[in-house]
Structures are given as C-alpha cells and as structure tokens.
Design a protein around this ligand. Sequence first.
Ligand code: UDX
Length: 423
Amino acid sequence: MNVAIIGTGYVGLVTGAVLSEIGHNVICLDINEEKITKLKKGVSPIYEPGLDEVLERNIAGNRLSFTTSAEEAFENAEVIFIAVGTPQGEDGAANLTHIKQAAKDIAMHINRDLIVVVKSTVPLGTNDLIEETIRTNAIGSFQIDVVSSPEFLREGHAINDTFHGDRIVIGSENEHAGSIIEALFIKLNIPFLHTNRRSAEMIKYAANAFLAVKISYINQISNLCEKVGADVNDVADGMGMDHRIGRAFLNAGLGYGGSCFPKDTEALAYLGRENEVSISLVDAAIQANKEQRILFVNRVLEHFNGNVEGKKIAVLGLAFKPNTDDMREAPSVDIIRTLSANGAEVHVIDPVVKETELLTEVAVTYSKTLEECVQNAEAVLLVTEWEEFVRADWEELLALTKNATIFDGRNVLHNHKLISQVV
Ligand code: UDX
C-alpha cells in the first residue's frame, strides 16, 4: 500500500520505518527541513537502537523516502498517518495546533477516497474533529475515514515494540476502513482489537495512566520500605509473581519522566475535571511523581546536613531513562538544578546526552569518562540506570572518590553486595 506519514518524531519515524520494512511504500513528511535533509541521507535525528539499520535498508530498497512537501507526500497516498506532537498546554490539556494543521493540509491536497490514521495521543473526540475538518475543507466529494490507532511503543525499544507489540488497537466508525488498516499491519502478526474511535482514544490514556499509577504506587511503597527495613525490590518481586499484578513497571526509583506519562496523566486528569468525574487516583500519582525526585535530592542534602557548598557531587545519567537521548521531564534536570542552587559542584555524565540546553543556566561540568566524573566526589548519584553504569566496577569507582556515599536513584545496585556505601 502507498502510505504517507505526517511527523517524523519517534512515533512517525518508527511507524514509517516498520511499515516500509514489511513491504509498503512509505513517504514521511515533516516541516523541519534540517530533519528531512538528515533523513534523506539515512541519518536518524533521534537516538533509537536498531532504527538506523531499518532506515538504511528501506531507503536503499526505495520503499522509504522523506519530504517537506505535502503535495509530494500525499500524491499517491492511500493511507495517511498523523503522528505529530500534542504538547501539553498550561492547563494540562493537549495542544492540538499541529493536529489541526495536519488535517487542513490533508484536506487541501486530497483528490481521492482516503483513510487517515491518527497515531498521536489525542483527547477524546479529536478523531471526530479531524474527520470533520478534512471533510468540510476538502475540495471535491471523497470518502474520508479517520481511524484512531494509538501508539504504545517505548523510546529505546521502539523498533522491537512495533514489531512485537501486545496489540494493535483500531478505532473506527467504518468497518471497511478498519479492515484495510488491519490488512496494512497484518504481517506484524500482532493481535488486533477493533473498537469505536472514542474507545481507542481512551485506551491510550487509560493504559499510560495505569502504568504511571503503578510506578507511583511502588515508589510510595518504596519510601515506606525504607523506613521499616523492607527491601522494595523483594517486595516488587513478591507482588509481581502474582500474575494478576505482574512485575513490569514495579521498578521503584525517581519516578517517571519522558514525553508520555507526565503529559498523558495530566491530560486524563484534565479530562476528568472537564467532565466532572473524579480521577483522584491519577491526580495522586501525578503528585507522588513530583514529590519523588524532591525526596531523593532532600536525602542527599540531609546527608550533608543541608550544606553541599563546594562539594563535588557526581551525577550519573541525564536522559529520562536508558537507551534514549530524550531529556523531556528527566528527573536529572530538577536534581542537578537543586544541587547546584545549593552550591554543590555538580559533575555529570551520560553515555548519549553530551550536553543539554535545559541546564545552560546551571554551572555543571560534563565529564568524558565515569572515572573523571567520580574522581574526588563526595557523593555519587545514580540517576539513569544505563547498563554501563549498573555494570561498572563500583569498587574501583569508589576508590577514586572521597569516600563518597552512593545514592542509588533507581534501586539497581543491590547486587553489588560488596558496596557498603550505597543508600
Ligand atoms: C511510555 C509507554 O510505556 C508507552 O507504551 C507509550 O507509548 C509512551 O510512554 P516511554 O515514555 O518511552 O513509554 O518509556 P517507559 O519505558 O514506559 O518509561 C516511562 C517512565 O517510567 C521512565 O521515566 C521510566 O524511568 C519510568 N519507569 C518505568 C519507572 O520508574 N519504573 C518502572 O518500573 C518502569
């Protein structure tokens, strides 16, 4: 099938790459010229393991191309995907500017019957609005069906998640359109769930918020474990062995960040308020998540009796989670800002994020090696659980420090039994 994709962020780019890999002709459209120039050369603008190879293979096979021209992108398209960003507005509601623009662009260029698939996470009823916008602005009379197919990929695992997802949700008001989208993805061999459009929109918010609640729950249990002498990892293992609960997303730590959970929980809470329905569990998860990073940094400050002035503190990890260069809502930023504001000499290292504009006004030193970062440090904070940090020789690292205490923000160093300085 001929497919066009609007938006080359994580979702759009990975969807395009995977659809071309299973044999479709895909053209990706983005307004950002710099991104498109890079992509035409096969260079991914994002760090995502495995993506470069898929891009390269399908560009070479002429199944995947890139453009900034809507005209070119839509010329032969039978299905158009919308995968543009829906950033969070001040009140928690999603900002639909890019979505509305995409709908208008489609309407302006449409010259045949068309199915539009919305991958972006959008508030309830947005797919109806998109369909209406395209239908009323289209020049000519065509059959236009908008299908909601929310995306569940995780950054850092995007390629694998798309090839081996748990389900593909197809929310459609027209059975025929739904069956065409099923055919488009059939080679992936992933179970399909057909629903109406609003249910599909809701599935995404409800699933993400559920996972966020799960994380905040285990974080609060973890805080309690610390006071009462229980080990949260063992508690999570014991809980997770109950198949009704499951072990996934029970890793206690600094809480969730990234582009989805913070934004989607806020959007769901907003939807609740708008409809005068209490979703207090989600409100509580949001609050607990905000507190979690503050509690962590307070523990560090308390360790130094509130005085970190001039003390070297090594922060391991900047990205919001391992295997990504994404800094959105990363706990590292708040932690570093607080430490620096208190006069600490903060040294940081991340395997992928070499510098971030989010810290331009903060005095931080970017280290090139782990050894350099921890040298003479009085505290070492593990903030992102990158494999190379977890597997590092902590005995050796500790020997370089000034008898530092290690603050394990991700509860991953418990197997390093020899380390007595982990808290
Ligand atoms: C998430 C959803 O998993 C995905 O389905 C959706 O499409 C987008 O949002 P992502 O944000 O890429 O994906 O990362 P994920 O691996 O889910 O982690 C989200 C956050 O939760 C990270 O900050 C991570 O550190 C945190 N987390 C995750 C925990 O604190 N504990 C856990 O047990 C799992």
